[in-house]
Design a protein around this ligand. Structure first.
Ligand code: FCB
Length: 501
């Protein structure tokens, strides 16, 4: 089981290695693909004891009662999706067959030496958790389903697990909480990883069989999808940094990472068609299909230095844009392929952005293995418990950039911070939600905000020390306690709903 983590936990910053390899394909200039397919779908077990800490004078910045909402909240449509996000591996517990179940039990892989076998026990406690969500006013929840739980051994579907999962979706629907379903959030079945996982194109069929099984059997209860979570982060940590399963790094890891990105893009095309086709064939509600893209701000460390600016732009293209350009055009770009067509037009209906922080980029003549890209130390700026800069304006900038580039509705599918003391989370929420309000005022269709995270959870190789929850979890007793910031978010939602447009 758990063992003491010897390996230093990965710093969740842009990998220096990640941006380090040369792209053979020339960069495409910013385009304004006019996809008018803008979905107009805006919004519209065991028992855990729940304690609500009094929100002592919470919401300093958004003062006043629900009837006196601060002006930034008044620009939100009443149908706005106010939500939170989790992933199955990080909260559910009880799945023995994922690569993360295997990996986290091995000595030295997780910073605090703990595994993901129980985590928040959300799988069993979902009813309590959803009641809590409802009490906080959320009308949206981004959740995941792990393939390894549904198909623990190749070809063996666990029908009881599927029914259980249907129960979760039914419970959300009953409470008026709209599910946004992630079909792959980093974890995969160990048996599939052993066959080469995402690095092998021939493996895509097995993934598609699983995804079709889920959509066929739950599409009556869910119609919004963030297919794949953060291909860029996954390929980097799993195949370049070697810090996540399968723990590969080095030059061969780099080439595998590019295959992973390419195969995930191909999968996105297949998923997009399969989901639309299945919903139409079975008479399910018309779906909205996106994915969750991790985006960062890359600013030059010395703004007046041309080389820094150039390297920041390179990092930006490789980390933020190469993959989404590919799925938007239906053509493999950058290091993913030579513009080969794999899909007729865009394979997403909305842009899902996971935004956390900014990196300052400097040209380094010695960093040739990293395309001369070096990341500056964070410096004297506000940070979260993991040392990530807190930079709210970055949210405005990425929403702008992505909407301008792809002309689709936007959802913030993750945004949050590790802050065990909860001293910064309320301000973080207000300052980031204000940036969304700016975008709405400018007419950008932002449909929803899913704060990461609802509960404290298993933060991958960081283990349980990074506390991202609006709700504190005592992992011994499984007691949930709404943090002050959770109460502040609840109040913001109530105010926005009351006085929004
Ligand atoms: C994102 C991941 C999510 C969580 C947050 C903190 O990159 O998608 O699972 O780890 O970071």
């Amino acid at each position: 089981m758990a063992s003491t983590g010897k390996k230093k936990a990965p710093k969740r910053v842009t990998s220096k290695k990640s941006a380090a390899k040369k792209s053979a394909t020339p960069r495409k200039s910013a385009k304004k693909a006019a996809s008018k397919k803008a979905t107009k779908k805006s919004a519209g077990a065991g028992k855990a004891r729940v304690v609500s800490k009094k929100s002592a004078g919470s919401n300093r910045k958004s003062s006043g009662s629900a009837s006196a909402a601060p002006s930034y909240l008044r620009v939100f449509p009443r149908t706005f999706l106010w939500g939170t996000a989790t992933s199955a591996t990080q909260v559910d517990g009880g799945d023995l067959h994922s690569d993360w179940a295997h990996f986290s039990q091995k000595s030295g892989n997780i910073a605090d030496g703990k595994d993901c076998l129980t985590t928040c026990d959300h799988w069993n406690r979902y009813e309590e958790d959803f009641k809590l969500m409802k009490s906080m006013g959320f009308n949206a929840y981004r959740l995941g389903v792990d393939w390894s739980r549904m198909e623990p051994r190749p070809g063996e579907n666990d029908h009881a697990a599927l029914n259980h999962f249907r129960g979760m979706l039914e419970s959300l629907n009953k409470k008026g909480i709209r599910p946004l379903l992630t079909l792959n959030h980093f974890a995969v079945p160990q048996w599939w990883l052993e066959r080469g996982g995402w690095a092998q194109e021939k493996n895509l069929q097995a993934f598609m069989d699983f995804a079709s099984y889920i959509v066929e059997n739950t599409g009556d209860l869910v119609s919004e999808y963030t297919t794949i979570n953060e291909p860029n982060v996954y390929s980097m940590f799993s195949y370049m940094e070697g810090l996540w399963p399968p723990g590969i790094s080095g030059l061969s890891g780099y080439f595998k990472a590019m295959k992973v990105l390419r195969n995930m893009a191909l999968a996105q095309g297949k998923l997009y068609d399969m989901i639309h086709e299945t919903h139409a064939r079975k008479g399910f509600a018309s779906p909205s299909v996106g994915m969750a893209k991790h985006v960062r701000i890359f600013d030059p460390a010395r703004p007046d230095n041309r080389m820094d600016r150039d390297r920041a732009a390179e990092a930006e293209y490789r980390f933020n844009l190469m993959w989404t350009d590919s799925i938007h055009d239906g053509r493999l770009q950058g290091s993913l392929g030579k513009n080969e067509k794999f899909h007729d037009g865009p394979c997403w209906d909305f842009i899902g952005l996971n935004y956390y922080t900014r990196d300052k980029i400097r040209f380094s003549p010695t960093a040739f293995a990293r395309l001369f890209i070096e990341q500056d130390p964070v410096g004297d700026v506000p940070t979260n418990d993991l040392g990530w800069e807190i930079y709210p304006e970055g949210l405005y900038r990425v929403i702008h950039e992505f909407h301008e580039r792809y002309r689709l509705p936007v959802r913030i599918t993750e945004n949050g911070l590790a802050n065990a003391a909860d001293s910064k989370r309320e301000h973080f929420l207000v300052s980031h939600i204000q940036q969304i309000a700016r975008c709405l005022e400018e007419g950008i269709p932002v449909e929803g905000y899913y704060h990461w995270s609802f509960l404290d959870n298993f933060e991958w190789a960081e283990g349980y020390t990074a506390r991202f929850g609006l709700v504190d979890v005592d992992f011994q007793s499984q007691q949930r306690t709404i943090r002050n910031s959770g109460s502040a978010y609840k109040k913001m939602i109530a105010q926005a709903r009351k006085s929004g447009r």
